[in-house]
Design a protein around this ligand. Structure first.
Ligand code: BGC
Length: 768
């Protein structure tokens, strides 16, 4: 009886919710139709145009120029009043502004848009607040997405996005170009850290959590605490053949669907409001001109109803860079007909506006296509409540930069940091130990945060972060400055390219090792992003390797701390390191979290969200094919094709030990309708409490296309006290074990599957 009452009330609530959603929806649709019916073609085209702040500004937004940014009254009027521009985004030169200043800027923009233009349509401002409100001084800077993935705990993605949404809106900005749902399957790629790692299921799960944090669980972007998200970069952006940003990728259709599309599909189904297009080329097709990928796949098959925005300059790029359009005008025609709704132009907007109007008049672009695009844009603006609240006021955001949010950032960093090696329990160190701290990442807030921090390349970070602790400062706080000797040994050349470093008291660093109990060597990369972050050699820099080797040569235990956006190869020094800790890009509280782990206040629980390669020529994901593990081929040809990662996907150590037993499945045979319950017992057999991520993998024993050796299907994270055990349960169905076959169809083929958790395995059989 109780059960019936409960389910009826749940049902009622659901129906009411649906009713109110659809009522809301139809009233938004009616409003959109009304606004659209009163617009001229020129006004509609203007709504499809997005320009950068520089275009309407005077002075520079560059911090180095020290000229405060000011909107130029003539230029803003030309853009908004004469050309009806509907959207503005940040510039590459911008740096973080206090929220009050953001409010002033956005107020000015909205005042012109809503008081001086004929259509009175508010502007939608977009920004890359990808790990916190990146461009707002005083906002909480969270770990980057790659770190969130390493927590294997979706609540960190949700929390990060919830606070980022709040603080972005507090700055008056309603549209966030995040999350990145690209598959981090190539460690060479400069944007690997912007994503959730190499596994499609991990990317999907974290992506959905982040989306819920940004847009609200019930799509509440009208709330002043939420933002519209933007899934990027649709599709297949992150695996260019050369490893370099914005160069061609070659991805078979079945791989594109099974690995790359799936996170986007799920996020579109969950109601994501906008999508940004991949700036690259896949299988010879430039995505910005692909009707098949944008209209057929995204809008028709996946039923995406939101806004499709280009990436930076990517319409003109069809002409100037990719050479598939003979003129800028033809490029506009190709992209808009392919299904682009908004062009991130972002500089010279006059050509886009006049050419698109002409194209419609000439019959080359149908007005119905323009109407479709503008309908999507207006709907987004209405859902964001921009007419009622075109700008926000910081005084309505008492939680901006709060201690509570800072705590969330610290906790995410602490759960992400991954202990990769710990020979003879070198870690944790004793608190009375004397240590030498060195390496180019030891005293840098810039490298803890990475790119997209306070500015595009993150090079101005230090100006905003004096109140936070570098790794060195956090260690000094932890064990007392008198126990810490700091000699960099190697430093980055901060005014140079991100990869440039130089000796900095190198010999003194080596000499100093003799005076301490242990060496904490902090290496990795300086901040970068996108094209400037391209890389020619995945191996860690020569100076840093030499420093590691010589320090190890002193006989003192060296703890290698990695602080890097992608896994730089360390195979030549790794055997000499007593412990290795990966911090990824842990944000402003990363130094504190690391110090707590190094000295045992926190038990590490992160796991690698990607395969850490040993060699630059051996870049294989964990979901490779069996042939990629064979050491030798038989017969005349003898060749090496070994699977030899430095550390595997999912690897991560703890200061305690966990024992797994009793892996069981509710049924050993199953059909499409069955829900299998998979259970396993996990016990903390060590002497410290600890968090453990439990990862369920499957492998298809035989299939019509060579199956992957294994695939992650579920994960969860638990906390266990010493001696405590817990039974963990996962549910899976036949469709969770499916793959995309050579005809592009998702199939689960009858036959045996193996399920694996930690070292345990069991077989199940699928029957049609
Ligand atoms: C990047 C996007 C970003 C956009 C706007 C582009 O260069 O590829 O990820 O959202 O700039 O800043």
């Amino acid at each position: 009886m109780k059960k019936t009452i409960l389910s009826t009330s749940v049902l009622l609530t659901t129906i009411l919710l649906h009713l109110s959603c659809s009522q809301q929806q139809s009233s938004v649709d009616a409003d959109v139709d009304k606004i659209l019916s009163e617009m001229t073609l020129e006004q509609k085209v203007g709504q499809m145009a997005q320009i950068t702040l520089d275009v309407i500004g005077n002075g520079e937004t560059r911090h180095s120029s020290n000229v405060p940014f000011e909107i130029d009254s003539a230029r803003i009027r030309k853009a908004l009043v004469d050309y009806h521009i509907g959207s503005i985004l940040n510039t590459t030169n911008n740096y973080a502004l206090p929220p009050e200043q953001w409010n002033q800027l956005i107020s000015y923009i909205q005042k012109i848009a809503m008081e001086e233009t004929k259509a009175r349509i508010p502007v939608i401002y977009g920004i890359d607040a990808i790990h916190g409100a990146t461009y707002t001084d005083g906002a909480i800077m969270f770990p980057q997405q790659i770190s969130l993935a390493a927590t294997f705990n979706t609540s960190h993605a949700y929390n990060t996005a919830t606070v980022s949404a709040y603080e972005t809106r507090a700055s008056g900005i309603p549209w966030n170009f995040s999350p990145v749902l690209d598959l981090g399957a190539d460690p060479r790629f400069s944007r690997q850290y912007e994503g959730f790692g190499e596994d499609p299921y991990l990317v999907k799960s974290m992506g959905l959590a982040m989306l819920a944090g940004y847009e609200g669980i019930n799509d509440s972007i009208g709330s002043k605490y939420k933002v519209a998200s933007c899934l990027k970069h649709y599709l297949g952006y992150s695996v260019p053949f050369s490893g370099k940003d914005r160069t061609p990728a070659y991805i078979p259709d079945n791989i594109l669907r099974e690995y790359h599309l799936e996170p986007f599909r799920a996020a579109v189904e969950a109601g994501a409001e906008s999508v940004m297009i991949n700036s690259g080329i896949i299988n010879g097709v430039t995505i910005h001109a692909s009707h098949d990928l944008i209209t057929k796949l995204l809008k028709e098959e996946l039923k995406f109803e939101g806004v499709v925005v280009t990436d930076w300059m990517d319409i003109i790029n069809l002409h100037t860079r990719d050479k598939i359009a003979q003129s800028h005008k033809e490029a506009i025609k190709l992209a808009v007909n392919a299904g682009i709704d908004m062009s991130m132009i972002p500089y010279e907007y006059e050509t886009f506006c006049t050419n698109l109007v002409e194209l419609v008049k000439e019959g080359e672009v149908k007005e119905s296509r323009i109407d479709d695009a503008v309908r999507r844009i207006l709907k987004l603006k209405l859902k964001l409540n921009l007419w009622e609240h075109p700008v926000t006021n910081i005084s309505d955001y008492p939680e901006f930069g709060s201690e509570k949010s800072a705590r969330l950032a610290y906790e995410a960093a602490a759960e992400a940091i991954t202990l990769l090696k710990n020979q003879n329990s070198t870690l944790p160190l004793q608190k009375d130990a004397k240590v030498l701290v060195c390496g180019p990442n030891a005293n840098s807030m810039r490298s803890l945060n990475g790119g997209w921090s306070y500015s595009w390349q993150g090079e101005k970070t230090e100006r905003f972060t004096s109140r936070f602790n570098t790794i060195l400062e956090a260690i000094q706080n932890e064990i007392g400055a008198q126990n810490v000797k700091y000699v960099p040994g190697v430093s980055y050349i901060n005014e140079g390219m991100y990869f440039e470093d130089k000796d900095d008291n190198f010999s003194e660093a080596i000499r100093s090792a003799a005076t301490v109990d242990a060496v904490i060597l902090c290496v990795g990369e300086n901040s970068y992003c996108e094209k400037p972050g391209d890389l020619n050699d995945l191996t860690l820099s020569a100076n840093q390797l030499r420093l590691a080797k010589e320090l190890a040569g002193t006989g003192k235990p060296v703890i290698l701390v990695l602080n890097e956006g992608r896994p730089r190869s360390i195979h030549s020094i790794e055997p000499d390191m007593k412990a290795v800790v990966q911090t990824y890009l842990p944000g402003n509280y990363g130094g504190d979290a690391l110090a707590d782990i190094l000295f045992g206040d926190v038990n590490p629980s992160g796991r690698l969200p990607y395969t850490y390669p040993s060699y630059p020529n051996s870049l294989v994901t964990y979901y490779h094919k069996p042939s990629e593990e064979q050491k030798r081929a038989e017969g005349a040809y003898v060749y090496e094709s070994d699977y030899n990662p430095q550390y595997e996907f999912g690897h991560g150590l703890s200061y305690t030990t966990f024992e797994y037993s009793n892996l069981k499945v509710s049924n050993s045979t199953f059909t499409e309708k069955d829900v299998l319950k998979v259970t396993v017992d996990v016990k903390n057999t060590g002497s410290r409490s600890g968090k453990e991520s439990i990862l369920l993998y499957s492998s298809d024993v035989y299939a019509s296309m060579t199956p992957d050796v294994k695939r992650l299907r579920r994960f969860t994270k638990i906390n266990l006290e010493p001696g405590q055990s817990q039974t963990v349960e996962f549910e899976i169905r036949a469709k969770d074990l499916a793959f995309v076959n050579q005809y592009g169809l998702w199939v689960t083929e009858p036959g045996d599957f193996e399920l694996m958790i930690s070292g345990l395995r069991t077989n199940i059989t699928f029957k049609n």
